[in-house]
Design a protein around this ligand. Structure first.
Ligand code: IDP
Ligand code: MG
Length: 153
């Protein structure tokens, strides 16, 4: 298997409320990304302060945090070739109005405040976010019979 990356995805409360969890997960499965971690997470104020630290001074910060605590979120760890960029490509631009058709955010959402999904955007952030939301024993390594078809020999 060639070098792979792991990346962190969160399915936000709007995805859960709108029954879009399956629609979203199937897109990653069909790409060939391997689900190596998955669980419900109840986000806290402290976790969100850390996770969205880059938005702390924005006017929408408080409402963003409130939104993210409305229900549990689904945390997913995906593994694949160039997974961080590939997942961002499938997710689409932050503002669904600017996202390309065919991406999750363009196809299923309309407003930047409820854009369904979070995905790590850099190697550094992926490392920090995996650690923030998953312990080592919640991230799995396993073979699939399709590995050579998906990842090459
Ligand atoms: P990303 O989720 O595509 O990585 P970031 O810039 O990291 O985008 O923003 C994190 C989240 O903050 C977005 O997904 C969105 O939910 C929220 N957000 C960003 N900009 C706005 C805004 O202008 N209004 C409301 N919410 C916003
Ligand atoms: Mg971001």
């Amino acid at each position: 298997m060639p070098d792979t990356q792991k990346t962190l995805v969160l399915l936000k409360p709007d995805a859960l409320q709108r029954d879009l969890l399956g629609e979203i997960v199937i897109r990653f499965e069909r790409k060939g990304l391997k689900i190596v971690g998955m669980k419900l997470i109840r986000l806290t104020d402290d976790l969100l302060d850390e996770h969205y630290a880059h938005h702390v001074d924005k006017p929408f910060f408080a409402s963003l945090k409130k939104f993210m605590m409305q229900t549990p979120v689904v945390g997913i760890v995906l593994e694949g070739i160039n997974a961080i960029d590939e997942v961002r490509k499938i997710v689409g631009s932050t503002n669904p109005q600017e996202a390309d058709a065919g991406t999750i955010r363009a196809d299923f959402s309309m407003h930047v405040g409820s854009n369904l999904i979070h995905a790590s955007d850099t190697v550094e952030n992926a490392q920090a976010e995996l650690k923030r939301f998953f312990s080592d024993d919640e991230i799995f390594q396993y073979d699939k019979i399709t590995d050579s078809y998906v990842f090459g020999d």
